[in-house]
Each structure stands twice: as C-alpha cells, then as structure tokens.
Design a protein around this ligand. Structure first.
Ligand SMILES: CC(C)(COP(=O)(O)OP(=O)(O)OC[C@H]1O[C@@H](n2cnc3c(N)ncnc32)[C@H](O)[C@@H]1OP(=O)(O)O)[C@@H](O)C(=O)NCCC(=O)NCCS
Length: 160
C-alpha cells in the first residue's frame, strides 16, 4: 500500500539520522563509517549535491543524496527505513532527484550498489535502470560494485 509521505530538502537536524541510516542500511558489514555525519553535512551544504528526505508523520522514513555534474547525476545514497519499504517512497525520492536533474539539463543518472544487494538491483531495474558495468573490490576490496544507469529527458526520448 502506498504510504502517506512528504518530500523535502534535508535540514541540519536530519544529518545524524541520515548518517546512521547509511551505516545501518547501506554500509552494514563494511569497515568504518563512510557516510559519517560530517560527510553528510558536506553533501547538505555542497553546491553540486542535493539531499532529499521523506517524512511519514514525524519520522524520517527515507533519504537520497545525489551529486550533479554537467551532464550526469550520481545517485550516491538511497535508503528507506525497513518499516516503510515497498510503499513507493524509494521511487518518489528518485523521481524527485530526477526532476531536479532534468531542470539542470542532465541527461543520465548513474548509480552503483553492492553486488549482493538484490533488493536494490530489483528496485533500480523496476525504475528502468540498466546494468552498465561492474567494479571488482570497489567496496574495501571485499565486494564488487554493480553499476547501473538510466538516460533521462531528451536522451531517453531519442532512444525510444
Ligand atoms: C532499495 C530501497 C531504497 C527501495 O526502497 P522502497 O521504498 O522499498 O522501494 P519502492 O517501494 O519505491 O519500490 C519500487 C519497486 O522496486 C522494486 N523493489 C523494491 N524493493 C524490492 C525488493 N526488496 N525486492 C524486489 N523488488 C523490490 C519493486 O518492483 C517495487 O514495486 P512494488 O513494491 O510495487 O513491487 C530499500 O529497499 C532500501 O532502503 N534498502 C536498503 C538500503 C539500500 O540498499 N539502498 C540502495 C543502495 S544505495
């Protein structure tokens, strides 16, 4: 069932929760803490990055972080709290970032994920992303990264 959520740009008060979600839902099993609060703060304040969150009531249910280049956007992080998964929040977060990328004239979104992350691969396939490569040992020499991408806007229309 779709959830009643609302999307907004992240605030400073969200930084710690986003970082903890990254550690627990994305970086689990890896050494250290890559997206620690200071790194999330840099993304929040960066000119070329965007941090969007989904609220369900008073709870932060999900977030996404993207970095924007001249022609591509990189989806750096995306997570939805387990209790709120499979209710369309992940799609809504990606669509929000995609709309921003289109406005910026960007034609492609790139993302990479841990090769054993079956849910994420299914999720991005459901959104029309296609496999674009693999990088062995990308995650601390422990795990392969799978790269996926999706053309958006005029470039996507040209492919049809
Ligand atoms: C991947 C993730 C962000 C998806 O978020 P979500 O809000 O549950 O996704 P949605 O509800 O928008 O799902 C959209 C579609 O993606 C596919 N999908 C999502 N999760 C899936 C899963 N676990 N297994 C299979 N397909 C899945 C389905 O087609 C789904 O549509 P449906 O529910 O109508 O069948 C979420 O599972 C998550 O936070 N995982 C942990 C962190 C992570 O792996 N992040 C991505 C790598 S950075």
């Amino acid at each position: 069932m779709p959830s009643v959520h609302s999307l907004r740009l992240a605030r400073r008060s969200d930084i710690r929760e986003i970082a903890v979600m990254s550690r627990c839902l994305i970086e689990v099993g890896l050494r250290g803490w890559s997206w620690h609060p200071m790194r999330v703060a840099r993304a929040l304040h960066g000119r070329d990055s965007c941090v969007v969150v989904a609220d369900v009531g008073a709870q932060l249910a999900g977030f996404a972080i993207a970095e924007f280049g001249d022609s591509t956007a990189h989806l750096s992080l995306l997570a939805v709290q387990p209790a709120h998964q499979r209710r369309g929040i992940g799609i809504a977060l990606v669509e929000w970032l995609e709309a921003s990328a289109l406005t910026a004239g960007i034609g492609r979104i790139d993302v990479e994920m841990r090769a054993n992350n079956f849910a994420a691969r299914c999720f991005y396939e459901a959104l029309g992303f296609s496999h674009s490569g693999e990088v062995r040992g990308y995650y601390q020499n422990i795990e392969t990264a799978v790269r996926m991408q999706r053309r958006i806007g005029r470039l996507a229309a040209l492919e049809k």
